[in-house]
Design a protein around this ligand. Structure first.
Ligand code: AMP
Ligand code: MN
Ligand code: MN
Ligand code: MN
Length: 274
């Protein structure tokens, strides 16, 4: 059994269609998959239909954008009822939020002298949930930067003009949506927030008080020492452990089903579904 409970398709900022993603996951030996596109459920039906060909279990998934204490925090929802009215409304709201935010990002980048960025970014998103990676690609194609890393460093990363996070809902609200629609709420990639363990514990405390019950203990690129610390936090805060590659497309450092193994002490999130 191999679970990958965090990955993206071209319905948000990933590169593969949901079907191609499922095929690739099967090739990598993944037997349980959650497609967790940013703020949308649009790819899940296609993933589910394709998974039948591989005898793969699809768990409903989403990666919600939120804010806690001024920091952008990603919350993965797993195993919820996709048709629950709370979830339906939440996704509608987030889709709207993404669109409005994208317009704000475009205005800010135009002010930095990047004319025509809105049309270019929309063309690249091509109907997907628009996000900063689409703006990054637009900046590359408009020859403002030469690669993704530079696009984030100069225009889109923390503290830059295109880093608009104030429009996202509070983390506690997002956790509520997932729990009310019957799912497990999971803090995504805790290694990505550049927090001290003390700050991370404050985050987890607020998260559990809001009803949050899971933590990504291992994700693509996470160090094994960090993963062990996350296992300890699962024990301390009575959290279920989740794992996922956060795959966005084939890269030398990222693959479906690839991350350091989850420490044995952790109660895996899938124990809920078996
Ligand atoms: P958004 O959801 O619009 O805020 O965009 C965030 C997404 O951008 C993340 O999910 C990553 O896929 C991608 N991302 C964030 N930081 C970087 C970076 N420094 N370089 C490349 N991609 C990044
Ligand atoms: Mn992404
Ligand atoms: Mn994320
Ligand atoms: Mn992700």
């Amino acid at each position: 059994m191999l679970a990958d409970l965090h990955c993206h398709s071209l319905r948000s900022d990933g590169q593969l269609s949901p079907s191609d993603l499922v095929d690739r996951a099967a090739e990598q030996g993944v037997t349980m998959l959650a497609l967790t596109d940013h703020d949308t459920l649009n790819g899940i039906d296609e993933a589910r239909a394709q998974a039948v060909k591989h005898d793969m279990t699809i768990i409903s998934g989403i990666e919600f954008s939120s804010v806690w204490n001024g920091v952008g925090i990603h919350i993965v929802g797993l195993g919820f009822d996709e048709h629950h009215p709370v979830m339906q409304q939440a996704v509608e709201r987030q889709e709207q939020c993404r669109y409005e935010r994208a317009k704000t990002i475009a205005v800010k980048l135009e002010k930095q002298g990047v004319e025509g960025i809105w049309d270019k970014a929309c063309e690249i998103a091509n109907g997907a949930q628009i996000g900063r990676p689409h703006f990054a690609q637009a900046l590359i194609e408009m020859e403002k930067v030469s690669n993704m890393a530079q696009a984030f460093k100069k225009y889109l990363g923390a503290g830059k003009a295109g880093d608009v996070k104030t429009m996202w809902p509070e983390m506690s609200e997002v956790v509520g949506w997932i729990r009310e629609s019957g799912g497990v709420a999971v803090i995504a990639h805790p290694d990505k927030y550049k927090m001290t363990v003390t700050k991370l514990k404050l985050l987890i405390k607020a998260f559990t008080e809001a009803g949050g019950n899971g933590l990504e203990v291992t994700t693509g690129g996470m160090e094994s020492s960090f993963s062990k610390r996350m296992a300890q936090l699962c024990d301390e805060f009575d959290l279920l452990g989740s794992q996922g590659s956060d795959f966005h497309g084939p890269r030398p450092w990222s693959e479906l089903g690839k991350f350091v193994p989850m420490p044995k002490s952790v109660t895996p999130v899938w124990s809920q579904w078996q």
